[in-house]
Design a protein. Structure first.
Length: 294
């Protein structure tokens, strides 16, 4: 793996202790990350005075021996074209991030990281381990965005915020926690602490009718959050949708949530993720910004 550094952004100020470090992986091949996720990442980092690290992932494709190349069209030129497209997209994405960060006075570091196509998603997950939070996108008709999201969420050990491709980032004034008493949900609440304590209002949401909920319910979590100075309350709603992931998100939207916090459930079987229903539903079609932690 090869790494090239570049730095840009707004005027550098004296860094304060505990500045949050956000990670933005930018895909370049076969599909390119959108300009919207760059804009959202810069805006979100600005709201929380975070340092944004944008890594453009370029691909190197192994060359096929000449004896085989002659049987597979003009393979060397096809490989060269793919690598050129990847490099050009990386330059465009980095330039966009640099310009947006400079305009918003957000501190930005950017890199171009070269990896092989089969290791693209693992590279994103490995790089995410160095940061406090990853910022991701999931676009229904761009499957690679979901594959990267799954790799980072389940392989990095860090929380991630997933932005829908039609959502503009804004301040998180009302935060909704999807609570089912599980280990994954507890981990997500811990990882979301910086946002929970800055939100004006927090709702602890429990859905009934999908699976038995442990006692006590989310009311105890809300009570503990209140004792720590958070304006929190518990809400119980009925599961009515055919998809638990859609039901949770739709209820959060009905509560006027700015962000949903939930645990990501899944396990690996021969490196293929077997996802829980709620996790699969959110990754299939996120309806609002979702902080997910595994």
């Amino acid at each position: 793996m090869e790494i090239d550094d570049c730095n840009g952004g707004g005027p550098r100020e004296m860094e304060q202790d505990m500045t949050a470090q956000y990670f933005l992986p930018l895909a370049t091949y076969p599909d390119s990350s959108s300009g919207l996720i760059i804009s959202n990442a810069v805006t979100f980092a600005g709201y929380y005075s975070a340092h944004l690290h944008a890594w453009a992932l370029t691909v190197a494709i192994p060359h096929i021996p000449n004896a085989w190349s002659s049987l597979l069209l003009d393979t060397p030129k096809m490989i060269e074209h793919a690598e050129t497209v990847s490099r050009d997209r990386a330059a465009t994405l980095v330039s966009s991030a640099t310009n947006l960060a400079a305009s918003a006075a957000v501190e930005l570091s950017c890199r171009t990281v070269k990896t092989t196509l089969p290791l693209l998603h693992d590279t994103a997950a490995t790089e995410a381990r160095f940061f406090d939070l990853a910022i991701l996108e999931c676009i229904a008709d761009v499957p690679d965005t979901r594959i990267i999201a799954e790799a980072v969420i389940f392989g990095s050990g860090r929380p991630a915020i997933i932005f829908p491709n039609k959502t503009l980032a804004g301040p998180v004034d009302h935060l909704v926690i999807a609570w089912d008493g599980s280990r994954a949900a507890a981990r997500a609440v811990s990882d979301a602490n910086p946002f929970i304590h800055k939100a004006k209002r927090v709702s602890v949401l429990s859905l009934t009718g999908e699976k038995p909920l442990p006692e006590p319910s989310g009311a105890q979590l809300a009570e503990i959050l209140v004792s720590s100075g958070v304006n929190a309350s518990a809400t119980v709603a009925r599961f009515t949708s055919s998809s638990i992931g859609q039901s949770i998100q739709q209820t959060a939207l009905e509560l006027s949530a700015d962000m949903l916090v939930m645990g990501g459930f899944g396990h690996s079987r021969l490196r293929d993720f077997v996802l829980g229903g709620a996790t699969n539903g959110v990754l299939h079609e996120p309806l609002l910004p979702v902080l997910m932690s595994h």
